[in-house]
Design a binder for this molecule. Structure first.
Ligand code: HEC
Length: 144
């Protein structure tokens, strides 16, 4: 997991570097971040499924929590056009979109707290909450 996180960090830095060279690209940034979140989420799932050491899940859960807070800032006006699957509702219902991101933030914070406490039962429940928060937002704000 530490290795995964180091890789994630390196990739985020790489994305930042590329953006600096070409100008900030919010669509590429949010998609790259979502892919990284997806990998982090899969890593958490693997530990939960294998009844592994849940204490290792604190920092990946925190990473998702931080991402959830930043995420809604990556949809500036005009970034609805181009290579994106963001639904028009992201902009027409921006309060609802923000709330969906905050729900992920809260769910992953609960997961981080359960992980820190080493409570496997609470981790399993919180992990489900995180997955539900991903799905709920995709249902309303991501095109198929
Ligand atoms: C607040 C809303 C929201 C939440 C919460 C959310 N997503 Fe997304 N997700 C989106 C939107 C919108 C897109 C489409 C972005 C785009 O194409 O510009 C997306 C795209 C993606 C993609 C595709 C990225 C790509 O390369 O095209 C993946 C994978 C993904 N999300 C995984 C997740 C996972 C896993 C979670 C939960 C841990 C999550 N998302 C939580 C809104 C959300």
């Amino acid at each position: 997991m530490t290795k995964t996180l180091a890789l994630v960090t390196a990739m985020i830095l790489a994305v930042g570097g590329a953006a600096q060279a070409q100008g900030f690209d919010p669509i590429e940034t949010r998609k790259a971040g979502q892919d990284l979140v997806n990998g982090t989420f899969a890593g958490i799932k693997a530990v939960v499924t294998a009844n592994g050491d849940v204490k290792t899940l604190e920092s990946p859960a925190k990473a998702i929590q931080r991402w959830a807070v930043v995420y809604p800032t990556l949809f500036p006006p005009g970034s609805d056009k181009g290579n994106t699957k963001a639904a028009p509702t992201v902009w027409s219902d921006s309060a609802g979109f923000q709330k969906a991101a905050m729900n992920l933030s809260t769910a992953s914070e609960t997961l981080a707290t359960a992980a820190k406490a080493g409570d496997a039962t609470a981790v399993a429940a919180a992990f489900k909450g995180v997955g539900d928060a991903c799905g709920a937002c995709h249902k309303e704000y991501r095109l198929k």
